[in-house]
Each structure stands twice: as C-alpha cells, then as structure tokens.
Design a protein around this ligand. Structure first.
Ligand code: ZN
Length: 431
C-alpha cells in the first residue's frame, strides 16, 4: 500500500530540507519531492498522507554496523574489567549457556532498545553456532518480531580456546551457513570468520570463498588490540590487514571491524582493495581498545560505518558523537572530524559500507526513517550539529522500517516482556 509522508523538516545528506515529501511503496521510497505538489497529487489519487509538523525532524534510520546483542547480559556487573578478564569470566562464561529461548528474549530486548534509539538496521555478529542453527533462528525470529532490519553476520570460529558452543569445523560452518542462507532469504546473510585469532587461516580462506560464491559480505574483527599484530606477524609473517589480503579475504566484500592497530600502508591497502571499515567508538573506549584512524581512512575514500558492538548502550547518537570527539582528541584538532561526517557514518556512509540500500532519503532505497523531537534544537544551529553534539535518544518519537512504524515513545509490550525475561535469565546465569 502507498503512503505519503510530509516532513516540515528533514535531514537530507546532513543538509536540512523544508517541506520534503516522500511516497512509500512496497517498503521503499518510490518518489521524493516537494510537499506542495506531492500533497496535491496524493489527494487526487486518494493516497493516505501523514504530516510531521515544525517541531519534528525526520532523519534516515540509523545503521548499526556491528552488534553482539547478547552482551547486554554483561552490562553492569562486568564493567571496568580488563579485556581478557571480561572475555574469559563474563563473555565466555555466560553467553555459551544461553538456550535458543533465552537468545530470542535477549534479542527482542536489545533490538527494542535499538529501535527506540532510532536504529533501523543492525548487523548482528552472531557466534552461538556450535550446537547448530537453533540459536541463530531464535535471533532471526526476534528481528522479525520487533521489525528491525537484520543483517545476519554468522560467525565461523575454530580456535581451540573458543567455547564449544561457538566452535565448528569449516565443513560444518559452511553447511549450516548454506542452510540459513537458503531458509531466510530476507536476512541479508553475511559470513563472519570471527577474527585472525579465533578462525584459522584455512577457515578464513574458506569463508572468503563462501562470500564470493554466494555474493555476500564478509565481516571480520581485525586489529582491535595491539597484541593481534604482534601475534600474526610472528605466526604468519604478516600484520593483520596484510594477512587478510594474503588469505584472499581483503576485497570489496570485506567489512573490517575495528581496524585500530594498522599502519599507513595497511590503510592504503584497505582502500585499494575496496574493503570497508566499521568503527565502534563507544565500545573501543569502554574496553580500552584504542582509536581507529577514521580521518585517515575517510580521506582515502574507504566506506566507514558505526557499530554499537558490546551494546552497553546501543545508541547511534552516542556513537556519532564519540566518533567525532575521539578524532578531535587523537589529532588534537577541533577540525579533525565534523558533525556532518559523523552523521554520514551513521546513515548513508554506513549503509554504503555494508552494501545496504538504506540510510538516505532517495528513490529506490528502503523507507527506513526516524522522527525526532526537534524542540531542543536551537533555532540558530544546523540541525545536524545539534543532533551529533547535543542529541539524545529520548528525541526519538517514532522509528519506521520499510515505511511501517515499528517503535514509538512507549516501550512495546514485547520490550516490557523481554525485560522481565532477562531478569530471570540473569538470575540464572549471572554470577
Ligand atoms: Zn565485535
């Protein structure tokens, strides 16, 4: 069914547009134009029309390029630990115990938080695969029930140190991935060899071949910590990005998550190969990882997106702000990375990095958008600056995916139920 939306104020490519109208057809923007002529047309055709007044600002739905939803269970009690302790005593202890039913509720909870923060698309980097596809299917069901657009990055992991609930052989990972790919054509399936330390070189090569064969994206954690570079150099004679390249995994399908500890030559190699980067500035601070040089990568033309990664607080607004502020501090230069560039990472640029047809008001793109309360935006401030430096998730009044409203100001019944379920899950699993 067609529906016309008319926005008194909207952000198009970071620029404020007045009286913007867009017609949604089959979940996509079918036509975009000025309010006056399109309203007349809609009235003539009897098309349902919805208008958002002056005190609302419409922006494209935010793109979350990297998330591990089940890490919401680690929030609070495992804060402020070293990365090693956090991984071994929290992540590897709690998550492997989740049943498919637990996974469903954890994902409903996390996806509801994201939608309430204006996130309309999420890449779930999912690694509870060792026991089969039941856990993955529960997560996919949660996305469908909450209405978020899911990009399912299914992890492949074969390191002996990984919990059995994560680990698979190459053969098993491949056949289970094929099964999901065939059963769920709507999920934008991606293959995700976990990292250079948790997936063997043979597994990464096989994943790259899988991505090429099925024309899907390949997500991989890379250079999140300094030790990884030292380890790959001594074991394989190459630093992480060079090693990915050698394994045939660094190409236009590759989404390098983190890419913090890389040198200038590796930055250039990423650009040359057409690979992409997902930056997780809030989690990188939370875990004490380091700062990705997105200014340098952006100057080379590398497509970059943002991720909420550990989901301590899944907020695209926080990630945008952190992305900008961290560059300013890393370069001790207030002009290093502006609000408009940060907004691009969370919208059109992020979508481009993921090869997703969203993140922008453009004919043909998915009709994913967010209605923000604009009353706190100073009349003398560009809206994009206000959003990045002063914005709050509480500004989100409504979140639309494919032209359908999937979240509003009040938490949904499912979100409320999920919170109760999580209390019970935490009682059982959190030490
Ligand atoms: Zn991650």
């Amino acid at each position: 069914m067609n529906e016309l939306f008319v926005a008194a104020r909207a952000l198009v490519g970071g620029e404020e547009r007045r009286e913007l109208a867009f017609l949604v057809e089959n979940g996509r923007f079918a036509k975009i134009g000025d309010a006056k002529s399109m309203t007349i047309e809609a009235a003539r055709d009897g098309t349902k029309t919805r208008r958002f007044p002056e005190d609302r600002l419409l922006v494209p739905g935010f793109i979350n390029g990297h998330s591990h939803a089940y890490q919401v269970l680690l929030r609070g009690w495992a804060d402020d630990w070293s990365f090693d302790k956090w991984r071994s005593d929290a992540l590897y202890r709690v998550v492997p115990q989740l049943s498919p039913e637990d996974v469903y509720w954890v994902f409903v909870f996390a996806f509801s938080e994201m939608l309430a923060a204006g996130i309309t698309s999420v890449v779930e980097f999912f690694y509870l695969n060792g026991a089969g596809n039941a856990h993955a299917e529960a997560a996919i069901r949660a996305a469908r029930d909450t209405g978020i657009r899911l990009l399912f990055a299914r992890t492949w992991m074969d390191a002996s140190y990984a919990p059995a609930a994560y680990r698979e052989s190459i053969e098993v990972a491949r056949s289970r991935s094929e099964e999901l790919l065939q059963s769920y054509p709507e999920i934008n399936f991606c293959v995700a060899p976990h990292s250079l330390h948790a997936a063997s070189p043979a597994m990464i090569e096989a994943a790259a071949a899988f991505a090429a064969e099925h024309d899907c994206m390949l997500h991989v954690h890379v250079a999140e910590a300094a030790y990884e570079g030292a380890a790959t150099l001594s074991e394989h004679g190459a630093t992480p990005i060079r090693l990915l390249d050698r394994l045939g995994a660094l190409n236009e399908r590759c989404v390098a998550v983190h890419a913090i500890y890389i040198d200038a030559e590796e930055q250039a190699l990423i650009a040359e190969r057409g690979a992409r980067v997902i930056h997780n500035p809030m989690t990188n601070q939370y875990l004490g990882d380091g700062i990705c040089d997105i200014s340098g990568l952006r100057a080379l033309g590398v497509p970059i997106g943002l991720g909420t990664d550990a989901d301590v607080k899944p907020s695209a607004i926080d990630e945008m702000r952190a992305a900008s502020l961290l560059q300013k501090i890393a370069r001790t230069d207030g002009a290093a990375f502006g609000a408009r560039a940060a907004f691009d990472l969370a919208t059109a640029g992020g979508a481009r990095a993921l090869r997703l047809d969203a993140g922008r008001f453009e004919e043909g793109a998915f009709a994913d958008f967010v209605v923000l309360d604009a009353r706190a935006i100073d009349p003398w401030a560009p809206a994009v600056n206000a959003l990045v430096y002063r914005g709050e998730d509480a500004w989100v009044q409504g979140t639309f995916v494919g032209g359908t409203r999937v979240a509003g100001r009040e938490p949904s019944a499912a979100a409320v139920a999920a919170r109760e379920r999580l209390r019970a899950i935490a009682d059982r699993l959190v030490p």
